[in-house]
Structures are given as structure tokens and as C-alpha cells.
Design a protein. Sequence first.
Length: 180
Amino acid sequence: MTENPGEQGNYPQKLGSTMTILAWLVFLGMLTMVFGNFLDRQTNPNSKVASLTSADGIEVVLEQNRGGHYVATAAFNGTPVDVIVDTGATDVSVPAGIADRIGLTRGPMMEVSTANGNIPVYATVIDTIRLGELVLHNIRASINPYMDEEFVLLGMSFLKQVEFSQRQGQLILRQHNNQL
């Protein structure tokens, strides 16, 4: 068995080309991850909600996203869920897919008025909603079969149980000790 001398000379060149391609693929993969995390942070700057606990109670500060909304990651019955704070929503409004994922029970059907008209939804109660260290129990909500499944609307059935104020791109939520 004889070797072709030309093939041995090409081996380092082929190895170099393969390594260059692999290096570019790794670089592009890392760039995709970094850019993806950057975009996620632009959409949800509050994926890790910080809380301040004092003798007076608990305070959570949410940062506004690029679109001017307050988006955060909360836990509904222990399951992480992305929420948009919506003072115009009467109740917490949960898309049907998320409701199924977290095991919410569909109660009686009722009709609600939305910006897009009247729609039927299902009444439900969320046992626990945790936003940072702020925890509320037995929150009235609705399961909306017509809603996009990315975010839950954190409406007034949650917000009316805390004190909240907005200033300089931040939403401050306070739960005083007498509300715990």
C-alpha cells in the first residue's frame, strides 16, 4: 500500500480549514447567545425580581422595558410566568395555554369587556402569586382562551392588594406588614 505524497501535504491545510470553520461556528453560536440574552433583557428587564424587606414590609422595584411596559417574571402556584403589569385590567388575565401549564381550574364562563370587544373567559382563583418576595394568596383571575400565550396580564385583582407608584421608569410595589 503506497501513499500518495500529495495527500499528506494537504492534511494540515484541510485541518486548518476545518478548525477555522469550527471556530467561526463557535463564535457565531456565542454571539447568538449573547445577543439573545440582550434582547430578552430588553423585553423583560425584571426576570430576576429583587426585593427589599424592611420593618415596614416588602418593596419590589420593577424597571420599565424599552417599550415602556413593566414586564417581570413572577411565580403562579410555584411556576415561573412572565407578566405585564396592567392597571387597565380588572383581573389577572391568564392565557389558556399558561393556565393549563400551571394547573388552573376553569370555573364558570363569564363575559368580559376588552379593548377588542366582549369575549367569554373562565373564572378562576390563583392560590399564590409571588413577585420577588411579595406574595399574595387567593387572587381572582380569568382564563382567556383568545390571549397570546407569552404573558399574563397582572391586573387590579393583584395590584389593589399592594401600594404602587411609578417614577422615573420604575414601578414600586409595596406590601406593608399589615397586608401580609
